[in-house]
Design a protein around this ligand. Structure first.
Ligand code: PLP
Length: 376
């Protein structure tokens, strides 16, 4: 295996930031339960509250609205289990949201999407018409983890609020990459994950706006203002806080990431005009490219690129490590041959031109030459 690695899988997990690592280690060395009134407990409490302020600032929330969780999976499950009569959602949501929706007992209304994966506002309007007086939730991700496609959340959330719905957004992939200010958006609940912004995995948050009530998913102690029981993961939370502060100051720097992503795509198109870039016809995250070369197989390509020192994902890298067919691409109506070839390349703030050049050389070898050999 080449010693030099090029990491282009930031949507799966971002490298741990030095500042998050230092904060987490310092917190690990701190003895004390944040619920204890003595000096040790108060010191642990201070670490949690300091992190709470930083996470709140990342999305324009009040610190009191931040509920620390074990990650976005738990945050999504907490919201979806909220006793809803009806849940409106996109078929392109993350598995943690879809599975929780199916388990919720609510009536599910899947929203129509176009070929880019964008929810159709007219379709939403039609679904809203029948929900007057019901305890109903609209749950829509800010941006898709596979394609980077950004939803017109402001417009759709405002429509849902006019009909009295609660609105949740899985903002995992948008946080730190798009400016998010929930105070100016009609959002009641927002899910966040630390490890997508350079914090430790196993830490996340659910933002619950003051006006919204939600029963705790985990019951027991009175932690997190009775909204999530269990002694706080102080190291994970401190690392999350440090990552959130760093990510917030970096959002503007994503112009450079966009430039690199666009360069990658234009080179791919120049090398193989038949390559398909999924979601390219609409607004996308600046760091994500979901690309397919017809006639190749994503899992073969991922392995070949790995051997060449490049880390990327198959379109739908699922948690078991196996590659399942992507429900996102299927819902977008992408042909099976293209979906089976789709790989996701996701960049981050420390990605450099040399990383993209290395990817392009390896992709040329792994995808184009292999295909030429097969065709010959
Ligand atoms: N939502 C989205 C859009 C994601 O990309 C992920 C992670 O892959 C999650 C939720 C789950 O986050 P966590 O790993 O913190 O449970």
């Amino acid at each position: 295996m080449p010693a030099k690695r090029t990491y282009l899988d930031w949507n799966a997990t971002a490298p741990l930031r030095a500042t998050a690592r230092a904060s987490a280690i310092a917190a690990l060395c701190c003895t004390g339960n944040p619920s204890s009134p003595h000096a040790e407990g108060r010191r642990a409490r201070a670490l949690v509250e300091e992190a709470r302020e930083k996470v709140a600032l990342l999305v324009g929330a009040e610190p009191a609205e931040v509920v620390f969780t074990s990650g976005a999976t738990e945050a999504n499950n907490t919201v979806l289990a909220g006793g809803w009569e009806a849940i409106l959602l996109s078929p392109t949501e993350h598995d943690s949201l879809l599975a929780a929706a199916h388990a919720s007992g609510a009536r599910l209304h899947f929203l129509a999407i176009d070929g880019q994966g964008v929810v159709d506002a007219a379709g939403l309007a039609a679904q809203l018409a029948g929900l007057a007086g019901r305890r109903a939730l609209l749950s829509l991700q800010i941006a898709n983890n596979e394609t980077g496609v950004v939803q017109p959340l402001g417009e759709l959330a405002a429509m849902a609020k006019r009909h009295g719905l609660f609105v949740h957004s899985d903002a995992v992939q948008g946080a730190g990459r798009l400016a998010i200010d929930i105070a100016t958006r009609d959002l009641d609940f927002v899910s966040l994950s630390a490890h997508k912004i350079g914090g430790p995995a196993g830490s996340g948050a659910l933002i619950v706006r003051r006006r919204a009530e939600l029963a705790p998913l985990l019951k027991g102690g009175g932690q997190e203002r009775r909204r999530r029981a269990g002694t706080e993961n102080i190291a994970g939370i401190a690392g999350f806080g440090a990552a959130a502060a760093a990510a917030r100051s970096e959002v503007d720097a994503f112009g450079n990431v966009l430039r690199l992503r666009d360069w990658l795509e234009s080179e791919v198109r120049a090398m193989a005009p038949e390559a398909v870039i999924l979601g390219a016809g609409t607004e996308r995250l600046p760091n994500t490219s979901c690309l397919a070369l017809p006639g190749t197989r994503a899992e073969t390509l991922v392995i070949a690129l790995d051997l060449a020192g490049i880390a990327v994902s198959a379109g739908a890298a699922c948690s078991s490590g196996k590659v399942a067919s992507s429900h996102v691409l299927r819902a977008m109506g992408v042909a099976d041959e293209i979906a089976a070839a789709a790989i996701r390349v996701s960049l981050g703030a420390t990605t450099r031109e040399a990383d993209i050049a290395r990817f392009l050389a390896a992709w040329d070898e792994a995808a184009l030459r292999t295909r030429r050999r097969l065709v010959a």
